[in-house]
Design a binder for this molecule. Structure first.
Ligand code: MN
Ligand code: MN
Length: 288
């Protein structure tokens, strides 16, 4: 069965919308498995599975004004050009006071979005990887260098990475030396996600936060369809609790690294569910 090609319930016009969803079908730097460029389409299709009413929060998505812009034309661009195009696009959204929600694509799309925000924001990354390499395979905009590129734009003290469990030794030592705040998935397992949220909140204070969700932060048992899976990951409820914990500070969101060729649909479903939950929680807390 094929559903409409836009994100379910995104019935607002661009001008009326408070939130704008856009797809970024990009997969040129993936280091292991390929296919993340197919994710925007699959996540949109998966979004039609869900009811508009959220039993947990009492919010009905039909009350929220959101628009699906479609995909950005970056598929064949070199990474640096892709990043610039995304930056220009999100800058235009921010000028119109839209809340950007990007559906990747691989993680290399995120620095372009961050570059369109003021330098005093904070970034929270949920990821199995620390993504702190200066470059990878001679490419500074590789998906393994995302946090490093973000730290070129904002103060590294205002970045937090939760859920890591796979690093290169030198990369990790470099991150520690530069005082990158990160919490690994083993700490979260031992102390609970609420403790991690508490510590992160203390670190980022009351700054505005851009949230980037690399779907591989989840255990592959929940999200097998990703380009670089790592065991010992977070649960979907952990991610939901993070969204709850930071929703009042959020100014933008992306979900990246879903890789449909390795998915039976469950990873795309989770990604779609998280987008819907972000809309719900952010809309609610921005109204409060
Ligand atoms: Mn990543
Ligand atoms: Mn990752």
């Amino acid at each position: 069965m094929v559903f409409p090609d836009y994100f379910a319930d995104a019935e607002s016009s661009f001008n009326d919308a408070e939130f704008v969803i856009f797809g970024v079908p990009y997969d040129k730097t993936s280091s292991f498995r390929h296919g993340a460029d197919q994710a925007p389409k699959e996540i949109r299709q998966a979004s039609w599975n869900f009811e508009t009413y959220n039993l947990k929060t009492g919010v009905d998505l039909r009350d929220i004004k959101f628009h699906d812009y479609g995909d950005l034309d970056v598929r064949n661009d070199d990474p640096e050009i892709m990043v610039k195009k995304i930056r220009d696009f999100t800058s235009s959204l921010l000028k119109k006071n839209k809340f950007p929600i990007a559906i990747g694509g691989e993680h290399s799309i995120t620095p372009g979005i961050i570059q369109s925000f003021p330098k005093d924001i904070a970034v929270l990354s949920l990821d199995a990887h620390i993504d702190f390499r200066q470059q990878y395979e001679n490419e500074p905009y590789n998906h393994a260098c995302v946090i490093r590129r973000i730290a070129d734009h904002i103060n590294i003290e205002n970045i937090a990475v939760l859920g890591i469990r796979s690093v290169e030794k030198e990369e990790f030592e470099d991150a520690k030396k530069k005082k990158l705040f990160c919490i690994d998935s083993f700490f979260i397992k031992e102390n609970g996600i609420q403790k991690a949220i508490h510590d992160t909140k203390k670190h980022l204070k009351n700054k505005k936060i851009y949230l980037t969700l690399d779907i591989d932060v989840l255990d592959p048992a929940y999200a097998p369809g990703t380009s670089t899976p790592e065991t010992f990951g977070l649960t979907p409820s952990d991610v939901i609790e993070c969204i709850d914990g930071f929703s009042s500070q959020l100014i933008g969101f992306d979900v990246v690294e879903v890789c449909p060729p390795f998915d039976k649909g469950e990873t795309a479903l989770l990604a779609a569910r998280f987008v819907r939950y972000i809309l719900d929680r952010t809309w609610t807390s921005h109204r409060a």
